[in-house]
Design a protein around this ligand. Structure first.
Ligand code: SF4
Ligand code: SF4
Length: 71
């Protein structure tokens, strides 16, 4: 199962990660972080393929993608 984590307080809600996710599994959350931005969040974990494109696209290094041990 994919696991994507966010350093939410660093997110400025630019939406780059959302735009580049090939599986459309990211979105901006409804709440605000302490900077006053709606932070990106994983809304469809089941569709996430752990490609880490989102992590590479984020200019603020908010996202970390973990992979399960390879078989
Ligand atoms: S790891 Fe890939 S599929 Fe998963 S949220 Fe990031 S860009 Fe989307
Ligand atoms: S690219 Fe980074 S800063 Fe922009 S919305 Fe995504 S996680 Fe937040």
């Amino acid at each position: 199962m994919a696991k994507v984590s966010f350093l939410e307080e660093r997110c400025k809600g630019c939406g780059l990660c959302i735009a580049f996710c090939p599986k459309n599994c990211l979105a901006l959350a409804g709440h605000l972080n302490t900077q006053g931005y709606h932070p990106a969040t994983l809304v469809d974990e089941g569709s996430c393929i752990s490609c880490a494109i989102c992590a590479r696209m984020c200019p603020d290094v908010v996202i970390e993608v973990e992979k399960e041990a390879r078989r």
